[in-house]
Design a protein around this ligand. Sequence first.
Ligand code: S3P
Length: 444
Amino acid sequence: MSHSAEPKPMTAHRSGALKGDAAVPGDKSISHRALILGALAVGETKITGLLEGEDVIDTAKAMRAFGAKVERTGEGAWTVNGVGVGGFAEPEGVIDCGNSGTGVRLIMGAMATTPITATFTGDASLSRRPMGRVTDPVALFGAEISAREGGLLPVTIKGAVDPVPVRYTTPVASAQIKSAVLFAGLNAPGETVVIEKEATRDHTERMFAGFGATIRTEVTDEGHVITLTGRPELKGQTVAVPRDPSSAAFPVAAALIVPGSEIRVPGVSRNPTRDGLYVTLLEMGADITFENTREEGGEPVADLVVRHSKLKGVSVPAERAASMIDEFPILSVVACFAEGATVMNGVAELRVKESDRIDAMAVGLRANGASVDETRDSMTVHGTGSLKGGACAVTHLDHRIAMSFLVAGLASDQPISVDDGAPIMTSFPVFLPLMSALGAKIEG
Ligand code: S3P
């Protein structure tokens, strides 16, 4: 796991045109949800295209600890034999979610309305991230919480014996908070309601419906109102996980900034709640075409064809932030290679991701010659069409910071290094071979 791995320095060098197919791994958000829902369903769930990154493997192990039978049957192919809603057994040991905020928060929700006790922990990065945003609403169902000062991991949850349904308005736009409440709501009688002012990724709602739950979303003056009927009988399903648009963002960005490139990224999710980066890149003048648009596993997908492009800076509206929340680090790299300022608004949540991503990108990009301004909730990159490079960026146990700087180094004048590329294994284990096959010069 990344939290115990030795640091792995890596260096990216200016590369020739990138060419070929980039079949990125399965979607991380959907992979976590498929395992957890499979564990809560009755009967067998067959998953294909599961992301076999450390984050998701930690969730698979956790589901075993709660009593589900989870087996790998082939590359990306897994089966889960679930215990039914309310059927989680008390785990014997501590649940270590490694680097994964999604894993720990969704699982805390999923067990909080079952009368068992579990303790959750994680690596140094996860142990700095706020958990009160999930334990507070989960306590409303009747669960008892104890956490380290500041609401940090380790957290112990004593699940509610007689859970009550909850009506909860999320204080920040977060699919993790929404999903934790909905997972808790599965074993509460009556209707659990989550209200979010800005729509966030809706994989939980789609997959709950796919497994047989009654769940509906209405857009009202309050915002998006999601209503779940508790105690459904979930039935095992077949889940085909589409490729991850957040992982696709790295080869896509590389192709846009390395002259002469043309790549194809097949089968990427185009879920509108995940599409903000692609909308933004098109506004910047990116040459991206979406071919063969279709539906797979309840999600819209397309094949992307991406060519090197002359880009201009744009202002990204705050309302778009949730739909591209994990893509701002790589957008800030692309912005260096555009002409003019790219302003990213409403991005305060970046400060509580695997690292403070505004700070990590601003410091690393400045060291490599870029001009970057930041406020608490915005970042502005003054693009010049090129980047000097030559410096080492600190990745703070954050996979997306590591991959962003390595992509930057493919088009910068001098090489760019990262102090630690080991966290890339959490979300994109084949990053290095995949990028190398396109022609990227990355060593490490
Ligand atoms: C995720 C939601 C996002 C995102 C994370 C995955 C999910 O977090 O950053 O990588 O799977 O629900 P927030 O919902 O907290 O913004």
